[in-house]
Design a protein around this ligand. Structure first.
Ligand code: G3P
Length: 217
């Protein structure tokens, strides 16, 4: 399973890229606004921090506008992935762009039927939002299971990119289901390495090691 980070904070991205565990980055208009940076500048900078796909979302609501904006965005770097909303115009733009060899992430997916359409439109990634689904009282992970089943039934190659991840359980469940990618905020990704028994165990080992008076040199 690939790990993407969901942020436009270049310092956080650089830190995670340093670990060698980062496979890509996703952004959205809200994250760009949070960064306070110029959209095109920050996307270009992020693309230089990772070799993996960097999702950059267009904001035009119509097909022609989407293509106009996509044209500007995809010239930024070879690893740009154009992010399009799951609307009829977005699907039409997805078909056009993927036919031209551009990576596309279809976002704001809340149903398995929407995911089926995105796969038929040739999307590179489909982004179902599990956390926002949970917020409505439904289980977001049920949606991931349905999409996995449907994509496997027809050998669709569109990658399931689980988005709107709020906590480590979402990541564990994504891995159990066989999602292709998760994207999560930096704090959630870093939190995966944490376990109180690891901290406690390390403390004990180091205390015992100190008693030996040895150094490794
Ligand atoms: O990038 C889209 C998605 O991950 C947004 O997450 O937490 O705003 O629902 P959230």
């Amino acid at each position: 399973m690939k790990f993407f980070v969901d942020t436009a904070d270049t310092k956080e991205i650089a830190d995670l890229a340093d670990t060698g565990l980062l496979d890509g980055v996703t952004t959205n208009p809200s994250l760009i606004a949070k960064s306070g940076r110029n959209f095109l500048e920050v996307v270009k900078e992020i693309c230089a921090l990772t070799d993996g796909p960097v999702s950059a979302e267009v904001v035009a609501p119509d097909f022609d506008g989407m293509l106009r904006e996509a044209e500007i965005v995809r010239k930024l770097a070879p690893n740009v992935c154009v992010k399009l909303p799951l609307t009829m115009d977005g699907l039409k733009a997805c078909k056009r762009l993927t036919n031209e060899g551009t990576m596309v992430n279809v976002t704001l997916c809340f149903s398995a039927n929407q995911a089926l359409l995105a796969a038929k439109a040739g999307a590179t990634f489909i982004s179902p939002f599990v956390g926002r689904h949970d917020d409505t009282g439904q289980d977001g992970m049920d949606l991931i299971e349905d999409i996995r089943l449907i994509y496997d039934n027809y050998d669709f190659t569109t990658q399931i990119l689980v988005a709107s991840i709020r906590h480590p359980i979402h990541i564990l469940q994504s891995a159990r289901i066989g999602a292709d990618v998760i994207t999560a905020p930096p704090a959630v990704l870093k939190g995966l390495a944490k376990h109180p028994l690891t901290d406690k165990g390390l403390e004990l080992f180091l205390a015992d090691w100190a008693k030996t008076g040895q150094t490794i040199a």
